[in-house]
Design a protein around this ligand. Structure first.
Ligand SMILES: Cc1ncc(COP(=O)(O)O)c(C=O)c1O
Length: 433
């Protein structure tokens, strides 16, 4: 193990890592179900689905076989002027499970690129119709939408990108009504946010391209939940003032919220939806930006200037699309829904137990995702949060607290016993803090 870690250390620069204070990386050699195994055979329960991408568990043979068979047939092609069956099938399936009215799928490679595409789609939608001054975007306090420059601009309030402020384009930031169990002030927070947004739209709507939100739960800034009521009211305001609504469902898509998509759970109808992470079951990088027909129509003319001039070399990679089709088949099987319900029930049960622990506050759950705060001020990436992460690893749990926020977002194949065990171990770790 150490020799691989040392080789890694000499050549690799890892994401979101302060190498001076972090321990050596752990070389993993195998994944099976909800577990990852390091090269020495120690196993870790993957409670964060490997950065929220894995939905059916590691090494899923159905997805692995679909990729293998596709690789023997057609590994990759240019996606302008050509197409292939897995891309078409996946797009058809995605459109069929989103709310009615979504009709066009634009492929890219990851969550951030899906967001960049959505930004361009929204801006150029207005531009192509002669509304060239619609250059404002409204995002939410604490929102995170990825690490490319457009996405960072949207996430400018998240604190992740403070060094880059001078390079980001300006985005307006609305208050976000984060809530948790037994929060007596949620309605007041929602009213405050909605009043702010209405006032903002009343002043600026004609220059706003779109409002973007991580629906029901903000991920990276600390698993902050909002109520579906808030999303419905936001949609009403956006409709009233003729502003597009973009849902960043990069984390919430494909069952995470307990329904296939957050928009279905909330009963809302955004104009553009971004999906990535779970789309291939966690096997390959792939993303889509899905829009309604009128948006697509605004890009049609005899002139390339009005087209969406955007694309990536690996757009709609056939292996990724084949993985996506296989993953969706698994997700739409009633067995997956049963697993999701089991996780929801186990979270609810064990969160009650957690609530009795000292230092635990702001307990919250959204479908298969659960979170709580440790009542100690601990910054994101601080030494203390590294130490907590290591303690969890010693207990065989792969958890990555976001500052003082501990969250569980497991693959759907995790058993009730495994999840219950995870909570028991978390309680043991908490007792040492
Ligand atoms: C809500 C949300 N949007 C966008 C992204 C960016 O996705 P990616 O890391 O695939 O670029 C993330 C990643 O965590 C995310 O959680």
């Amino acid at each position: 193990m150490t020799s691989l870690s040392r080789r890694d250390q000499s050549v690799i620069w890892h994401p979101y890592t302060q190498h001076q204070i972090s321990s050596l990386t752990i070389p993993l050699s195998k994944g099976e179900g909800a577990f990852l195994f390091d090269v020495d055979g120690k196993r870790y329960l993957d409670l964060i689905s490997s950065w929220w991408v894995n939905i059916h568990g590691h090494g899923n043979p159905v997805i692995a076989k679909a990729i293998y068979e596709q690789a023997l047939q057609l590994e990759h092609i240019i996606f302008a002027g050509f197409t292939h069956e897995p891309a078409i099938t996946l797009a058809e399936k995605i459109v069929s499970i989103l709310p009615a009215g979504f009709s066009k799928v634009f492929y890219s490679d990851n969550g951030s690129t899906a967001i960049e595409v959505a930004l361009k789609m929204a801006y150029q939608y207005w531009y192509n119709q002669g509304q060239k001054n619609r250059s404002r975007f409204l995002a939410f306090s604490g929102g995170y939408h990825g690490d490319t420059f457009g996405a960072m601009s949207l996430g400018r309030s998240s604190k992740f990108f403070d060094h880059f402020t001078d390079l980001l384009f300006s985005v307006d930031i609305a208050p976000y009504p984060a809530t948790w169990q037994e929060d007596g002030e949620v309605e007041a927070k929602e009213q405050n946010a909605l009043q702010w947004i209405e006032h903002y739209f009343a002043q600026h709507a004609e220059t706003v391209a779109a409002v973007i939100i991580e629906p029901l739960i903000q991920g990276a800034s600390g698993m902050n939940i909002c109520r579906p009521e808030f999303l419905r009211a936001l949609e009403q305001l956006a409709k009233k003032y003729n502003v597009l609504v973009i849902y960043d469902e990069v984390m919430t898509g494909f069952g995470r919220t307990g329904e296939l998509f957050a928009c279905l759970k909330a009963g809302t109808n955004p104009d553009i939806v971004c999906l990535a992470k779970g789309i291939t079951g966690g096997f390959l990088p792939l993303a889509v930006t899905v829009c309604r027909e009128p948006i697509y129509h605004a890009f049609l003319s005899d002139n390339i200037d009005s087209a969406l001039v955007h694309g990536h070399s690996y757009t709609a990679n056939p292996l990724g699309c084949a993985a996506g089709v296989a993953s969706l088949q698994l997700l739409l099987d009633p067995a997956a829904l049963n697993n999701i319900r089991t996780i929801e029930a186990m979270h609810a049960k064990m969160l009650k137990k957690l609530a009795t622990q000292p230092k635990v506050e702001k307990i919250r759950q959204c479908g298969t995702m659960a979170a709580f705060n440790i009542a100690l001020p601990t910054a994101y990436g601080s030494k203390v949060s590294y130490q907590w992460r290591e303690k969890f690893l010693e207990h065989g749990l792969l958890l990555r607290p976001l500052g003082n926020v501990v969250y569980l977002l497991p693959p759907y194949c995790i058993s009730a016993e495994e999840l219950c065990h995870a909570y028991e171990e978390i309680i043991k770790v908490l007792s040492t803090i």
